[in-house]
Design a protein. Sequence first.
Length: 313
Amino acid sequence: MLIGQVGSVRTYITEIRDGPGTQNAFDMFKEATGEESLLAAIKDKAAETRIAPVNARVDRVWKAIPGYNGLEIDVEATYRKALSGTWNTKIPYVYRQIEPDIQLKDLGAHPIYRGNANKPMVSFMINVAWGNEFLVPMLDTLDAEKVKATFFLDGSWLSKNAELAKEIQKRGHEISNHAYSHPNMSRLSAERAKLEISKTQELLHQTLGVENRWFAPPSGDFNQKTVDIAASMGLKTVLWTVDTVDWRKPSPDSIIAKITRKTEAGSLILMHPTASSAGAMKGMIDSIRAKGLVLGTVSETLSSERVKGNAVE
């Protein structure tokens, strides 16, 4: 992926070699000795500023942690831009992302509790098995704040609330799997556990056309057998980093304070459609953004793609 940052021919060599400058084109070419010096300067700066990628890994506490792309100057593309521009033409610095050698998909069947701490992005995980009356207010707040979340749908809820599920999807949110009947997955036989996941997986496809990637065990109850079964069906098992515990009906202010205190880069924030989380939603978003963090879906947060501004590059 190429990422542009605006510069100009007249400042190009000084910006590459020494940082921002104001020299004109004549001075630039007087200091440089031609195209070879320009290329050499670009190569030097590329070596100095390269950010190495971070490999995905299995942590003793947090289990599977995704990798994070590195970043480097694309020397050839930058050189071509510099040569093709006129003295007063603004040209882009051209960068490219560097993928890690080891990605999340390479780690095998492990639960995931958080994204990479180098990636300044967090996600709202909204598990839905009840609370219909609070869904639209939550969706309205997410819309107003231009935030996309990931909704994990209980299959039995989806079978009865297809239109509400379609409204979630229409608003542009990610939708994934929360089993079918909200069981404690660790207590199920392998056959029953597979049925709980597959039944909702099929319903998501039939009702919404969703090819889901993630499985969130109800109540956070699972064992390695659960993770292995989900993996055999093409799903990664995802838990949470920070829990609002909104089912206990805390005040919205207490939820906001908790999220402000505990959220950090890579956090997955668990909630449900409740009065508490609906009331806290705007404050949570404000506190997260005040930390310089970007809100994205679970897929975005757990990808290795770099973050720039308010979007995934």
